[in-house]
Design a protein around this ligand. Structure first.
Ligand code: PMP
Length: 316
């Protein structure tokens, strides 16, 4: 049985960035009824217009999440329209090609008041944006991760597979502590056997062994990343064997390469992983599968390669 109401969102208004008013008893503040998305708009090579990577995928992921959270959701058309308007209004803030992008954050929240545990009566869809630099200031630098076998970001039957705001609360402590120790991010394991990789705080994981690429299978506890899906497709197109399967800590220790994928990091090579005090190192650099996939994907995203799959939405 569906939980989300088929409610239509009225067309929105463009306003200056600022505070919004919310009831203290709103669904989002009390019961975490909130979803978000993240996209990047790149300037085209000639610096004329802008490019968005597969925005309809973000719209559909928000719709899937909305059903899980008993929320109505904007249509794909409304979602993309709101993003386009936000980009137009922030044109002058989009960095030149190669210097970064405009990060776009769509939010869907339960804005109506609700005291007893129930879905909120009203919802708000909003989009804001901020210019961001390139993730790696000094080129494609390897990142260093740590496995936390005490913290779980998701459990079967929970909301790990959708992009709710509440998925990020359980990892704040683990991530803050890992960063204080000099790690870039944390890898979380499955909450039942505590031996299979799930994902990092905000990116999906891949391992490479003898040119075979594996990534943890999505079974409701990891976010089905749009970059993950795209990298799987690209790698298969280029003749790699790609397996979506359970990936254990032992598989990770034995891997040649490890990389992360996500809108923010794009494709990030992992230089080392620390597990229970032991540090494992991986191949990085120009001659890796990771580098090849990074080059192919970024060339498409920035309009330097032909967009054969029609993944890019051009906004002029
Ligand atoms: N996992 C988590 C927990 C994330 O927050 C993100 C970022 N959205 C990803 C994976 C990567 O997803 P995508 O490639 O769609 O950005």
């Amino acid at each position: 049985m569906r939980c989300a109401r088929d409610e239509k969102f009225s067309s929105g208004v463009l306003s200056r960035y600022g505070n919004i008013e919310l009831s203290p008893s709103s669904g989002v503040l009390n019961y975490g009824q909130g979803l978000f998305e993240g996209l990047k708009a790149y300037r085209k090579v000639d610096n004329g217009g802008f490019l968005l990577f597969r925005p309809e995928e973000n719209a559909r992921r928000m719709q899937m999440g909305a059903e899980r959270m008993c929320m109505p959701s904007p249509s794909v058309k409304q979602f993309i329209h709101a993003i386009k308007e936000t980009i137009f209004a922030n044109k002058r803030w989009v960095p030149p090609q190669g210097k970064g992008s405009l990060y776009i954050r769509p939010l869907l929240i339960g804005s109506g008041p609700v005291l007893g545990l129930a879905p909120a009566p009203d919802y708000m869809f909003l989009v804001y944006a901020a210019p961001v630099g390139t993730y790696f200031k000094k080129g494609l630098a390897p990142i260093n991760l740590v496995i936390d076998d005490n913290t779980h970001r998701a459990t079967p039957g929970g909301t790990g597979g959708v992009k709710t705001i509440t998925n990020y609360a359980p990892v704040l402590k683990a991530q803050t502590q890992a960063k204080a120790k000099g790690f870039t991010d944390v890898i979380y394991l499955d909450s039942i056997k505590k031996k299979y990789l799930e994902e990092a705080s905000s990116c999906n994981l891949f391992i490479v062994k003898n040119d075979v690429i594996s990534t943890p299978v999505t079974m409701g506890t990891i976010l089905p990343g749009i970059t993950r899906k795209s990298i799987i497709e690209i790698a298969r197109d280029y003749g790699y064997q790609v397996e979506e399967q359970l990936v254990s800590v032992e598989d990770l220790m034995d891997a040649d390469e490890v990389f992360c994928t996500g809108t923010a990091v794009v494709v990030a090579p992992v230089g080392s992983i620390t597990y229970q005090g032991q540090r494992f190192e991986y191949k990085t650099g120009a001659a890796t599968v990771t580098r090849k996939l990074y080059d192919i994907l970024t060339a498409i995203q920035m309009g330097r390669a032909e967009d054969k799959k029609r993944w890019m939405l051009e906004i002029d």
